[in-house]
Design a protein around this ligand. Structure first.
Ligand SMILES: Nc1ncnc2c1ncn2[C@@H]1O[C@H](COP(=O)(O)OP(=O)(O)OP(=O)(O)O)[C@@H](O)[C@H]1O
Ligand SMILES: [Mg+2]
Length: 331
């Protein structure tokens, strides 16, 4: 009989769910809307995130993994349950399986709580937790049974993880509490300081995606915000260098972390790393000009994995389907 299974990438910004036999069935913001009075969850994902802008008085919209760690464990477990329900994940009669990628900052207690959330109303579910850099490596094409070193740079919303992975093991790791959210915040502050314009986080994210470090194709991009002196709505073009210089300290921190990790590579693993190249993954890998910066600083060819926003869930799905027993039980 078909054994049902689910792979989940529980990210700071996005959660993806892959159901065995169906592929990725859910790709939504990691957000949950909670009733202030009753406390119970109302909506998860897009529908919760969209509510945030409207700020309804009786509802709190929570991003429970906001800073790359679990900032609200109850909300995180409720959100995971909501997503599994929404993904129509059904347990089969044979022992069903789940692989869940958790942020590396999650504590032992938080990991257990998340595993328990997946098992809620599915008592026969076998859960394995997977380190995100391992999933990113496998999602980028690395062999979970391999003995070669793979250097992964996973730039998510809340964290950047630079890791040397061998098979399903993290051999060296640098974790930075910065990622796409910090980039958006830096752009927002720079536009306010340099142009006297208060913009929202979504506009800042848009500037990041269109201009990146290189200025994009147009070299500037329009944005609408509130004039900080007059309090009136104003449209302005933001130039590439404003965005690039706002991001510089964050980019420098990522490049430094990659260089430091390269110095720590055990000599026998170096050849594999060079052969497999630096593998960039996560949404931040798409920042225009970043791969080039890493390549120049380290001298190692740097590539962006295919569909970097999906590499973690893809790797988790590969392990779910073919190498589940390599991972230790979560409970
Ligand atoms: N083209 C792009 N250029 C720059 N950044 C981008 C681009 N596309 C997406 N991003 C950013 O990628 C981030 C989301 O990436 P991802 O989904 O990998 O994070 P996550 O897995 O939820 O977070 P984490 O791994 O930290 O828990 C967001 O900050 C988003 O703005
Ligand atoms: Mg991620």
């Amino acid at each position: 009989m078909f054994r049902s299974g689910v792979a989940v990438d529980l990210g700071t910004v996005n959660t993806l769910v892959h159901v065995r036999g169906k592929g990725v069935v859910l790709d939504e913001p990691s957000a949950i809307a909670l009733h202030k009075q009753a406390g119970g969850p109302t909506l998860v994902g897009w529908r919760a995130d969209d509510l945030m802008g409207t700020e309804p008085a009786d509802i709190d919209v929570v991003h429970p993994l906001r800073d790359g760690v679990i900032s609200d464990l109850d909300a995180a477990t409720a959100m995971l349950r909501g997503f599994l329900h929404q993904a129509h994940f059904r347990s089969s009669l044979r022992r069903p399986r789940a692989v869940i990628c958790v942020p590396s900052g999650a504590s032992f207690i938080e990991r257990r709580a998340l595993a328990a959330a997946a098992v809620y109303r599915r008592p026969r579910l076998a859960v394995r937790l997977l380190e995100e850099p391992v999933a990113a490596a496998v999602g980028g094409g690395a062999d979970p049974l391999g003995t070669e070193g793979v250097l992964v740079v996973d730039i998510g919303g809340g964290t950047t993880e630079v890791a040397l992975v061998v098979g399903t093991h993290v051999v060296r790791l640098r974790t930075l509490r910065i990622g796409g959210n910090a980039m958006d915040e830096a752009i927002l502050q720079a536009v306010k300081a340099e142009l006297g314009l208060q913009i929202g986080p979504r506009a800042a994210e848009h500037l990041k995606k269109t201009l990146g470090l290189t200025g994009g194709t147009e070299e500037s991009a329009p944005v609408v915000g509130i004039d900080t002196a007059r309090g009136s709505v104003r449209e302005e073009r933001v130039s590439g260098p404003v965005v690039a210089s706002a991001l510089e300290h964050l980019v420098a921190a990522v490049v430094d972390a990659v260089e430091e990790l390269i110095w720590e590579i055990p000599p026998d693993l170096a050849a594999g790393v060079v052969r497999r190249k630096v593998q960039m993954s996560g949404g931040g890998a798409l920042l225009q000009g970043l791969a080039g910066r890493i390549r120049t600083a380290t001298g190692v060819t740097t590539v962006i994995v295919e569909e970097p926003l999906r590499s973690v869930v893809r790797g988790a799905a590969t392990i779910l389907e073919r190498h589940f027993d390599l991972l230790p039980p979560a409970q």
